[in-house]
Design a protein around this ligand. Structure first.
Ligand SMILES: *Cc1c(COP(=O)(O)O)cnc(C)c1O
Length: 417
């Protein structure tokens, strides 16, 4: 269970809306910081443990800066994400570049910034060499395929996932890299996404420890870095519960003691690349009910749409909705909450039990702090919303303005029509 509360009252949000019209995403700074501190504390036993925030989840430099101050690095997979790091002052070993299908210019940028390159494929060794030189420190991404009998809906079965190398390729890649003078090796994987089952997450760590031990045993290579990727899930539904960081950490620690230490791997740096778990629960999409429609079903039209939050339309994902000021009223109405795209999947909720909604009511869609604004798009000429930070001191700061039609049309030259 988790209580889907919001960090502001109806009066407070009305004041905010007076300055920043809906829709917008608003992020709770204090809650975000408390969460990341708790996460890092849970892993304080692990030698130089590092969290690399997956920038794609919330690519806002103000958020990245807040996290940087807590000692968090960045996981990037594109030029834009690397450039955001540069703007924020995140460089060198505080960046892991976990890209795939990577254009060379992006590797070049990552290398110039001193980032740890995480190779998605064995063919990338030759590709890197052909265009420049190999760094002396490199990481390889593992795809266990059918060797792992799990997987979930977003990433799917590992053997169906495009990421990473097979077990044989990891060994082959390390052999080639070693022959070419690479001296420092890391291993990476990401086989789960939005996983709430702590055992599944612990199992990923165990799998990686066993791989590192095998690499040590068969090749004499002492891996120095193991990155478990992201994938810690969120309790999007109120009846679900947060992953316990302590339980996760202690489960991983047990395998570290029994698998890693006996192989002399007790100093290996452990890392995560979580995005969702770091910021997800601390963001809210605030929108206003603007229309009622009664046909075969009951619809509430809001001023946000799927362009502001894609997950419900794309994955059928559940996002909890609060109607401000009506939190304690009976949920005796069944609504579809829809946006204005000419796509029938543009619904934030289908058949949702909510209190009676009137035009003008403020709806808060929960858990939009990761993979929310960042997945936005401009279909139907919809504009991406502003992002606001609810600061520790209670004040609100706009950390990204809303797009305008001028932004949307900036790539068109109307004068040449
Ligand atoms: C998306 C992604 C992450 C972050 O995933 P979350 O579900 O947000 O934790 C981390 N690493 C890689 C390589 C990714 O693609």
């Amino acid at each position: 269970m988790n209580s889907k509360t919001v960090p502001f009252t109806k009066e407070q949000i009305q004041h905010i809306i007076a300055d920043y019209p809906t829709p917008f995403h608003i992020y709770d700074e204090q809650a975000m910081i408390d969460n990341v501190r708790q996460f890092l504390r849970a892993f304080s036993w692990a030698p130089s443990f590092k969290e690399y925030f997956a920038v794609k989840a919330t690519p806002n430099p103000y958020i990245m800066k807040l996290l940087k101050a807590e000692g968090v690095g960045a996981d990037c997979s594109s030029m834009a994400e690397l450039m955001l790091c540069e703007k924020v002052g995140i460089t060198g070993r505080d960046i892991v570049f976990s890209s795939n299908d990577t254009p060379y210019a992006e590797y070049q940028k990552a290398l110039a910034m001193g980032a740890l390159i995480n190779l998605d494929d064995i063919s990338m060794i030759a590709y890197l060499e052909q265009h420049a030189s190999l760094p002396d420190r490199i990481c390889a991404r593992y795809n266990p395929g059918p060797l792992l009998q799990e997987g979930n809906a977003i990433i799917g079965k590992p053997e169906e996932a495009k990421y990473g190398m097979t077990r044989e390729q990891i060994f082959e890649a390390f052999r080639i890299l070693q022959a070419k003078g690479v001296r420092h090796f890391g291993l990476h994987t990401m086989v789960v996404s939005n996983e709430l089952a702590v055992q599944g997450l612990i199992h990923t760590a165990k799998m990686m420890f066993e791989l590192a031990a095998d690499v040590q045993k068969h090749m004499g290579i002492t891996v120095e870095f193991i990155d478990f990727g992201g994938g810690i899930g969120l309790p999007y539904r109120p009846e679900e519960s947060f992953v316990s960081y302590d339980e996760l950490s202690q489960g991983i620690r047990q395998h570290f003691e029994t698998i890693m230490k006996p192989h002399g791997l007790g100093q290996v740096q452990l890392a995560f690349e979580c995005g969702r778990a770091i910021t997800g629960p601390y963001g809210y999409l605030v929108t206003t009910a603007i229309h009622h429609k009664h046909i075969w079903k009951e619809y509430i039209g809001v001023d946000a749409c799927m362009a502001n939050l894609m997950r419900p339309g794309m994955y059928g994902a559940y996002h909890h909705i609060s109607v401000m000021g009506k939190e304690h009223l009976p949920k005796d109405h069944i609504y579809d909450i829809s946006g204005s795209l000419c796509e029938n999947c543009d619904k934030f909720a289908v058949d949702r039990a909510l209190p009676e909604i009137e035009d003008g009511d403020i709806l808060v869609i929960h858990d939009t702090g990761a993979h929310g604004h960042s997945m936005g798009f401009n279909y139907n000429g919809k504009l991406r919303s502003a992002e606001l930070l609810l600061q520790k001191d209670g004040k609100v700061r706009q950390i990204r303005r809303a797009e305008t039609l001028e932004d949307l049309f900036a790539t068109l030259d109307f004068s040449a029509l």
